[in-house]
Design a protein around this ligand. Structure first.
Ligand code: ADP
Length: 301
């Protein structure tokens, strides 16, 4: 097969591993910087150009689109879909999961466990919003944040009110969320491929840190997940419409709750923690499922 890897940097661990695995399995793979792809979006014969070249003949595309280029990246991916190229994850599914509010509303509609979460626009509504989500301690999240940046724990009502007010004052959108203290600063990353959790790890935040992000000094270890956690992860992936994703779960005293569904999950942490060849599994999945025009929306989304 001829595979396109949409990635801005082929030296990154995840890109390198996917390239290695594809070549090992006898495929041709080419890395394309999504920001260097351009196209005539009104042409009856959709095509993509890259540094003067007309890109043709791809059977599958692996999107690894960073959060900061979601808008342009999903447009390029949609163009691949319109050309009939099989996307590992579809553009609409990526857009759904990148919009935290939309993602939580969709997960909630399917009855998937979530921390109690509120959203408001006006400072006047904050006291009532805080009451609605059960009062302090609370977690306040910038809607645009990633890697734990913009995630704040407010231990008291006063702290919560002033943090939310200052974020809103800066015209930033925030989520206000029940604090799952019983998770003890740990979360579980479930790596989903197709309808299976193929690997999972526990990430523990550094001493005194409630955020478990590896980028914030957290560490990863192997964990055995419960059947309930497994089915939560699979249902969350399915709800988003993602074939490959990382589902982050907290162990709360009201069962597993989903934090986030990540459409470009990193491979380094999970391969190191589990010793599994996740990149190889991703390529195997593409071999099994890729067919011309096989997208649910065919770029319509
Ligand atoms: P990001 O997408 O920026 O990584 P998250 O929403 O995943 O932000 O939060 C980062 C980390 O903070 C999570 O992995 C988790 O460990 C911790 N965390 C987030 N929300 C809560 C919460 N409501 N209760 C307890 N811990 C939380």
């Amino acid at each position: 097969m001829k595979i396109a890897l949409l990635s801005r940097n082929k030296e990154l661990y995840s890109s390198r591993r996917l390239i290695e695995a594809a070549i090992e399995k006898g495929h041709e793979i080419r890395t394309l910087d999504v920001l260097r792809c351009y196209m005539n979006i009104t042409s009856h014969h959709p095509s993509i150009h890259f540094r003067g070249e007309d890109l043709t003949g791809f059977d599958a595309v692996i999107p690894r689109i960073g959060a900061s280029v979601t808008f342009y990246g999903t447009a390029v991916l949609r163009q691949f879909e319109m050309m009939g190229v099989y996307p590992l994850n579809e553009s609409v599914a990526i857009s759904r999961s990148r919009d935290k509010l939309r993602a939580m509303q969709l997960l909630s509609r399917k009855g998937i466990g979530l921390p109690i979460t509120g959203f408001a626009n006006k400072p006047d509504d904050i006291p009532d919003l805080i009451k609605m989500v059960g009062g302090a301690p609370l977690v306040i999240k910038l809607l645009q944040g990633t890697q734990g940046i913009g995630v704040v724990l407010a231990e008291t009502q006063n702290a919560a009110e002033s943090v939310i007010e200052s974020f809103l004052g800066l015209k930033a959108s925030v989520l206000v969320q029940e604090y799952i203290g019983e998770a003890g600063g740990a979360d579980i990353r479930c790596f989903v491929i197709g309808d299976k959790v193929v690997a999972s790890m526990k990430r523990q935040g550094a001493e005194g840190e409630f955020r478990s992000n590896i980028h914030r000094g957290g560490s990863a270890t192997l964990i055995k997940i419960t059947p309930e956690e497994r089915s939560t992860a699979i249902r969350a992936a399915k709800t988003m419409g993602l074939n490959v994703c990382g589902v982050d779960i907290l162990r709360s005293n009201h069962g597993p709750v989903v934090m986030e569904v990540n459409s470009s999950p990193g491979l380094e942490g999970i391969e190191n923690a589990t010793g599994k060849d996740i990149a190889g599994m991703v390529i195997d999945f593409i071999e099994k499922t890729a067919k011309y025009g096989k997208t649910r929306t065919k770029g319509k989304g």
